[in-house]
Write a protein that binds this ligand. Structure first.
Ligand SMILES: [Zn+2]
Length: 255
């Protein structure tokens, strides 16, 4: 099967059910994935020599709203100034309910996502537990809450620590209230009822002791037995391939 990599898709389950294209991924699956060396824009499909902003060609990276910096930093949404790159896309994607959540990846982090994507987002990040803090009518307001919390909660994940499988213990009730108190007064009405965290079980047989990241540009072949799928990572023993990071790479997958 030939395929242009985009992301690993997760569906709810105990453990989560993971797909790459039409392949179901699970530990024990013998995978042979070879990059052809060709790159395609995941938005317009054109062949490109380089990819930008997670799998886009240069023109798409400069013109699509989804490639704008406000997607990474939602509090900088500038729709209200009339400068959205694609107002129709913005209306559809950013002006719908968004949540601010706390998720335990390598540590406790804060994030924003569209409400209907909450579970998918947690899965993709490899979170072991997560809880919703606030629900807002649009992306920008959720972003303002995230921004207020960002000095107290990181928004990054240490991938080595995440893949090694050690997660700190979290007093969820205490952290929820610590976060709630940091929400700006004018957005306090967005707080949801406190609830216990949801647990996610990732299909991982064994966590690598010394994970090392494979880059398909340098090593085009990934072959062996899958030992786990964690977030956007395929694990083969100590080798970890971040699929999202390789968005736009054309690969052949066998069997
Ligand atoms: Zn493109």
């Amino acid at each position: 099967m030939k395929l242009v990599l985009e992301r690993i898709i997760h569906q709810p389950g105990q453990p989560l059910v993971c797909h790459l294209g039409d392949r179901r991924l699970q530990p024990g699956y013998d995978i042979r994935l070879r990059a052809t060396g060709r790159l395609f824009c995941i938005a317009c499909g054109r062949a490109t020599r380089r990819t930008y902003r997670g799998g886009l060609c240069f023109p798409c990276s400069q013109t699509l709203a989804r490639a704008d910096s406000c997607i990474v930093r939602p509090h900088t949404c500038h729709f209200h100034r009339g400068t959205c790159r694609e107002p129709d896309w913005g209306r559809q994607h950013c002006f719908q309910p968004h949540v601010v959540y706390l998720a335990l990846t390598s540590h406790l982090k804060v994030g924003v996502t569209a409400a209907r994507r909450t579970f998918a987002r947690w899965s993709e990040q490899g979170a072991g537990q997560a809880v919703v803090l606030a629900e807002c009518p649009d992306r920008r307001q959720a972003g303002l809450i995230e921004h207020a919390l960002s000095r107290h909660f990181s928004d990054r994940t240490n991938w080595r620590a995440l893949l090694a499988g050690g997660r700190p213990r979290v007093d969820w009730q205490a952290e929820w209230w610590r976060a709630a108190r940091l929400v700006p007064r004018q957005l306090q009405h967005c707080l949801v009822e406190p609830a216990p965290p949801q647990a996610l079980t990732h299909p991982v047989d064994s966590y690598p002791a010394r994970p090392r990241s494979q880059h398909l540009e340098k090593q085009p072949l990934l072959a062996g037995r899958l030992t786990g799928i964690l977030g956007q990572y395929l694990l083969l023993g100590d080798v970890a391939l971040n699929v999202r990071r390789h968005a736009g790479h054309e690969v052949e997958i066998e069997p």
